[in-house]
Write a protein that binds this ligand. Structure first.
Ligand SMILES: Nc1ncnc2c1ncn2[C@@H]1O[C@H](COP(=O)(O)OP(=O)(O)OP(=O)(O)O)[C@@H](O)[C@H]1O
Ligand SMILES: [Mg+2]
Length: 242
């Protein structure tokens, strides 16, 4: 579903590349985790994958379309959930979601029904007409996520979707994503620095360090290969060698 071929990015004025010659293949229906510490290059990779940032070199192909030549086509089939909350605080949750739905070309009664149903699935039915400014952090995260999935994207990109919220809400959000993946076959690419969460949630992961992939594979295989007790231990073991 996604091919990343030797992509690199050095920001203007920076001496070192933020992303340094990364290649990855993500099959359809995969939940793929891009993991790494602060500054590893996760958001830079994420931004290039959803067309917000141009790589200096390399190719990105999503659903057989090249991001350089077919970005408009790609935008129709991807959903993007950014690291920073991108909602209008003075509008209600429903008004925000109507805005995002229309941006994706949805509308009318079907959009209204979709918003109502999705808010209910995410436990926010009672808060549908409350302004975002009065939402808690965890509730805002959920609306941010719903905004990215209203149009049933084939591929969903999430940058730290559950950062800064309590463990309970975090598990809830990840559970909803898992259901989306299983019921709709949505391919999910998500960045995180929570190794424990990624171990449970991802079918494949890549660990980034200083813009390079230092390990890649199925979390359980990696744990076994590196003779560790969990993914966090694998991460510490590998990063101490880099
Ligand atoms: N707009 C920018 N201009 C210059 N350098 C940047 C810019 N954005 C990121 N960088 C640098 O690129 C590197 C990778 O940053 P990036 O934001 O991709 O990391 P990250 O893995 O997402 O980190 P975090 O976990 O903190 O979100 C870092 O060294 C960062 O300082
Ligand atoms: Mg980031």
């Amino acid at each position: 579903m996604i091919s990343i071929i030797n992509i690199s990015k050095t920001y203007n004025g920076s001496e070192f590349p933020a992303v340094d010659n990364i290649s990855l293949e993500v099959p359809k229906g995969e939940v793929f985790g891009l993991l790494g510490t602060n500054g590893a290059g996760k958001t830079t990779t994420f931004s290039m994958l959803c067309g917000m940032l141009k790589p200096d070199s390399g190719e990105i192909v999503i659903d057989k379309k090249n991001i350089r030549s077919d970005l408009n086509e790609i935008k129709k089939i991807i959903g993007v959930v950014p690291q920073d909350i991108a909602l209008y605080p003075s509008l209600t949750a429903t008004e925000n979601l109507m805005f995002f739905g229309k941006m994706y070309g949805l509308g009318g009664k079907s959009l209204k029904t979709k918003i109502k149903d999705t808010l209910a699935v995410f436990g926010l039915a009672e808060h549908a007409h409350k302004k975002i400014i009065n939402y808690s952090g965890g509730m805002k995260r959920r609306i941010n996520l719903i905004a990215g999935i209203l149009h049933n994207p084939k591929v969903l990109f999430l940058d730290e979707p559950a950062v800064g919220i309590d463990a309970h809400s975090r598990r809830d959000i990840m559970q909803h994503l898992k259901v989306l993946n299983q019921n709709n076959g949505t391919t999910i690419i998500y960045t995180s620095h929570y190794m424990e969460e990624a171990e449970k949630f991802c079918s494949q992961i890549a660990i980034l360090s200083l813009g390079k992939i230092i390990a890649q594979g199925n979390p359980l295989d990696l744990i076994e290969n590196y003779q560790c007790k969990n993914l966090e231990d694998v991460f510490f073991k590998i990063s101490s060698n880099h």
